[in-house]
Design a protein around this ligand. Structure first.
Ligand SMILES: *Cc1c(COP(=O)(O)O)cnc(C)c1O
Length: 354
């Protein structure tokens, strides 16, 4: 059985052994103020930076989810308002969470085949604290490329650039220096169970939240920062999640290799679905297509039929999401899913839906 659901997604088979080790090594009752845990934290942050090519002067926090990151960014880095540029359901949800806390926040939507033109955006005036984008929009299988993020970053002025990279962090090599905040959660490209969020912050972002000094919440960024100086957290953390992450990272190739592998696989899949099947790629513009989530579209009855027959053969496809729920399906292209799974998937389409 393979699952292509883009989150929660297929986990590494090695997780079984890591879980056993976590139990046997006593991690499940390890005190989170003790040296053993803080040593694990220090090592995990170091490994994350090495394996993902995160600059050494960036700060890493562990949270519980990407959703928590949405809220924390509004609390601790948005005294006035944020500006949200989005094409799909996750970017829109982030905008909704931000508006609930900072009602003056504004947003602009763009189409799935569209590359927003940075020069025509309503550029942030000085009262905008945060410009928010979703690097990989999991709901509609689109992606914003490095070049776009760079152009945007160069025109920010005083605002910080925050990037939701939930379904690409750990799969795609990011240009971390071209944004201030990057975050994601581990049930996508890290091949792990849900319950751990990762936030990566530039020195500029750290200086900003320290200056704002918002302390009203247990997860306020200044509070997290002060604890993290000693590799601790404001609350009892997800020790198991952090342990599993450290094991996954140790066994992982560097991000450059992971990225290239996913890119090659995505190219093959798009080439195949562009030509040979009853379903076609949801996104027609090759420049806006996601590398890590492939969306296919078709009439709802056919979508249902494809998912049903695939499931009978042990291939779990991801449902459409939001506006695309009934007329699309999604295929995760995540590192933990082996090449053999995609070979089976393509054979399935060739046999039954060519
Ligand atoms: C999955 C996802 C989220 C939500 O992640 P949680 O860990 O469930 O909070 C947010 N943004 C994007 C782009 C996602 O793919």
């Amino acid at each position: 059985m393979y699952t292509f659901n883009p989150g929660p997604s297929q986990v590494y088979p090695e997780l079984r052994g890591y879980l056993q080790d976590a139990f046997d090594e006593g991690w499940l009752s390890a005190p989170h103020r003790g040296e053993r845990f803080t040593g694990l934290m220090r090592q995990t942050v170091a490994d994350l930076k090495t394996k993902l090519n995160i600059p050494q002067d960036y700060t890493v926090f562990f949270l519980s989810s990407a959703t928590e990151c949405w809220e924390v960014l509004a609390q601790s880095l948005t005294p006035n308002k944020s500006f949200h540029l989005y094409s799909g359901a996750f970017g829109e949800k982030w905008f909704e969470y931000a508006k609930a806390l900072r009602p003056n926040s504004t947003g602009q939507q763009f189409g799935i085949d569209e590359l927003p033109e940075v020069y025509t955006l309503p550029l942030p005036d000085d009262s905008v604290d945060l410009v928010c984008i979703t690097q990989n929009e999991t709901s509609n299988a689109t992606q914003l490329r490095d070049g776009f993020i760079l152009n945007l970053y160069n025109r920010l002025g005083n605002a910080l650039l925050a990037v939701d990279a939930t379904s690409s962090l750990g799969g795609i090599q990011m240009k971390y220096i071209k944004a201030d905040i990057w975050y994601g959660s581990v049930q996508k490209c890290f091949g792990m169970p849900a319950g751990l969020g990762i936030m990566v912050l530039s020195p500029r972002a750290v200086a900003r939240f320290r200056q704002i000094n918002e302390r009203s919440h247990y997860n306020s960024l200044v509070a997290q920062y002060e604890k993290m100086l000693n590799f601790q957290t404001t609350h009892t953390p997800n020790v198991l999640g952090i342990y599993l992450l450290s094991r996954v990272l140790t066994d992982r190739e560097p991000i450059k290799a992971v990225h290239q592998h996913l890119l090659d696989r995505a190219t093959k899949l798009y080439d195949y679905f562009d030509q040979a099947t009853q379903l076609t790629p949801l996104v027609t513009n090759p420049e806006t297509r996601s590398t890590t989530v492939i969306g296919l579209q078709g009439p709802p009855a056919l979508i249902d039929e494809v998912k049903r027959r695939a499931k009978e053969q042990g291939l779990l496809l991801g449902n459409g999401y939001g506006n695309w729920k009934s007329n699309s399906l999604r295929i995760a292209n995540f590192p933990a899913i082996p090449d053999a799974a995609y070979e089976q998937l393509v054979q399935f389409f060739a046999r039954e839906f060519a």
